[in-house]
Ligand binder design. Structure first.
Ligand SMILES: Nc1ncnc2c1ncn2[C@@H]1O[C@H](COP(=O)(O)OP(=O)(O)OP(=O)(O)O)[C@@H](O)[C@H]1O
Ligand SMILES: [Mg+2]
Length: 268
């Protein structure tokens, strides 16, 4: 059970860029949250505060009883796993197997538990048959899976994905959606930054839209993704199906094919 509480968070980078300008929000244990917004909106900066990679310039971030200003990144690593936007910033081992085994070993898990977690992470990401490969010999698609697996194996209650689907083919996007579903089924908190608004609509119950370091919208996916005019301020278009539903004059905000079929079924 892990709750994240953000209170009036500001972050100014050393060069003077005010990337976050007063963000307050709570993410409760087990929530599935999509974070959207234009390039430079502050999405990555925000989530890097959740595991202590960045410190507030002003304001506070709490992970349960832990004040992220006062605890080490190592301590937060047991609660919050963060899959980097760019796997090359994250991966450093010579083989996939070592990479995935590093986290649980570092957290001090018993060898049997660590082994079981690695096996599960390799299976879920479908890279088990590549365990002996050097991550840098793999295609970007599979390198991304290694980055996912090496965080999944740590079994943290909160998992953050930063742009997991960018540059991925449809099979890989479907694989990532299965990973998210598996985490959801385990009751984990999943926070995903994404530019893929269709992926967001299909997989996350709550959506937070950021714009210029502030929260523009925050609420149930159907409420947030239906607000085309406000989303346009952060250059986000509602999902294709949502726009189609609006053009068809459907009252309910459509997020998935199932929603659309149900609404059309009612009209007949
Ligand atoms: N290390 C850094 N040093 C200085 N400025 C930075 C640094 N990292 C990000 N910024 C700036 O802070 C702002 C927010 O960046 P951030 O990476 O959080 O945005 P983002 O929403 O994740 O964007 P993207 O969708 O492009 O990944 C941007 O203006 C960016 O240029
Ligand atoms: Mg980013």
């Amino acid at each position: 059970m892990t709750d994240i509480r953000v209170k009036d968070l500001h972050h100014v980078y050393p060069g003077g860029v005010a990337a976050l300008q007063g963000i307050s929000l709570e993410i409760r244990s087990g929530e599935q949250v999509g974070i959207v917004g234009q390039n430079g909106a502050g999405k990555t900066t925000l989530v890097k505060h959740f595991n202590g990679l960045l410190q507030p310039t002003r304001g506070e971030v709490w992970v349960d009883e832990l004040d992220t200003r006062k605890v080490s990144v190592a301590k937060l690593a047991a609660r919050v796993g963060y899959v980097f936007q760019n796997p090359d910033e994250q991966l450093f081992c010579k083989t996939v197997g070592e990479e995935v085994a590093f986290g649980p070993r570092n957290l001090g898990f018993a060898p049997e538990k660590a082994e079981a977690l690695c096996k599960e992470a390799l299976e879920l990401t479908e890279i088990g048959d590549r365990a002996g490969a050097n991550p840098y010999d793999l295609s970007p698609t599979w390198r991304k899976m290694v980055a996912l697996a090496s965080i999944l194996s740590m079994d943290t209650p909160v998992v953050i994905f930063d742009e997991p689907t960018t540059g991925q083919d449809p099979a890989s996007v479907a694989r990532i959606a299965r990973v998210v579903a598996a985490l959801r089924a385990k009751g984990k908190t999943v926070i995903t930054i994404t530019h893929d608004i269709d992926f967001c609509a299909e997989n996350f119950a709550r959506v937070i839209a950021l714009s210029q370091g502030r929260v523009l919208l925050d609420g149930p996916a159907a409420e947030v993704l239906g607000q085309a005019e406000t989303l346009a301020q952060t250059y986000v278009e509602p999902p294709q199906l949502t726009r189609l539903g609006q053009r068809l004059g459907l009252k309910r905000t459509i997020l998935t094919q199932e929603d659309l079929l149900a609404e059309l079924g009612k009209k007949q």
